[in-house]
Design a binder for this molecule. Structure first.
Ligand SMILES: [Zn+2]
Length: 316
């Protein structure tokens, strides 16, 4: 049973916490790819490089709330931490199921690891195999839809787009205080119906409600070469995370290694008309990352460098 407060509340807090932003190998300060996407009480883990569970603990995330994990591809820096996290959940007595979205081989790898260490998990792992080469809806709950889409890397790799669902109308507080509508009536008003008072007069819906905020969206693109085919999938998002492994002097290396430069990321952000760009997946070669930011902001002004441990609220 919901309280009136819970039913009235429609503003969702949507954010991403960067757990690791180093490419390929960790450094003293930087960990491997992982981030926690939160939409109010829904916790989604995106990639799970080695060390992810320590980062989840270090930054005091309520990581037991994670029910869905999305793995972009099977390079070690994006999933070698997964078996450790699965094992920790088991040792801590987790009972609720855990969904894992990734290539079908990921299921074989995890099941093989569990078999060899003779661990019979106390909870259920549910694997969802992501389809190659297509834009696909892979997850939906009451407030969020997640899509996968192909990136351009040396092995099959996917990006993810998190889309908040449109929210229901907000009801004005003074109306609630004056008329004390029932929960059923509140639900009807939130769905756009007028309110009929005890004496039969009609109060139009638009007088007692406020339009909800526009749904927000977040896209994750790591790892990928510069490729305009991804524009269709990331266009118009509120926040785009894009890998920026190299600076401009390493453009050729970026192409040959199927990675992007900071300028590539900014060009994608500009052409995709996104609201804000956050860079990550930095090569350990770049001790000083200000150069990456400079190169990106020349092309797309609203760019920031990701910082581990920071939680970024996704805004319009
Ligand atoms: Zn990587």
């Amino acid at each position: 049973m919901f309280s009136i407060f819970e039913i009235m509340k429609t503003n969702l807090n949507f954010s991403v916490t960067i757990l690791g932003n180093s490419a390929a190998i960790p450094t003293k300060q930087s960990h491997l790819s992982s981030q926690l996407v939160k939409n109010n009480n829904d916790y989604f883990l995106v990639d799970c490089g080695e060390g992810t569970q320590m980062q989840l603990i270090r930054y005091k995330t309520k990581y037991h709330k994670i029910d869905n994990i999305f793995i972009s591809h099977l390079h070690g820096d994006h999933f070698f931490g997964l078996i450790g996290l699965i094992s920790t959940f088991h040792l801590q007595g987790r009972e609720k199921p855990l969904s894992i979205f990734g290539p079908k081989e990921l299921q074989e790898i995890i099941e093989f690891q569990l078999k060899i260490v003779q661990t019979d998990l106390k909870y259920k792992l549910i694997f969802h195999h992501i389809q190659p080469n297509k834009y696909d809806q892979i997850f939906e709950n009451k407030s969020m839809i997640v899509y996968s889409f192909p990136l351009v890397h040396r092995i099959p790799t996917w990006g993810f787009r998190f889309e908040q669902k449109p929210q229901k109308l907000n009801i004005k507080k003074d109306f609630v205080n004056s008329f004390k509508p029932s929960i059923d009536e509140i639900l009807c008003i939130k769905n756009g119906q007028d309110y009929i008072t005890d004496d039969g007069s009609v109060i139009p819906n638009n007088e007692i409600t406020i339009k909800p905020p526009k749904p927000l969206s977040y896209a994750y693109c790591s790892d990928t070469r510069y490729d305009e085919s991804i524009l269709d999938y990331i266009s118009g998002v509120s926040l785009l995370f894009h890998e920026a492994t190299f600076d401009n002097t390493m453009q050729d290396l970026a192409i040959s290694k199927y990675h992007s430069t900071a300028k590539d990321a900014a060009t994608i952000a500009t052409k995709g008309k996104v609201s804000k760009l956050i860079l990550g997946h930095f090569s350990a070669r770049h001790k000083e990352r200000s150069q990456l930011l400079e190169e990106a902001t020349e092309v797309f002004r609203n760019t920031i460098l990701s910082v581990e441990g920071m939680e970024y609220t996704i805004q319009p």
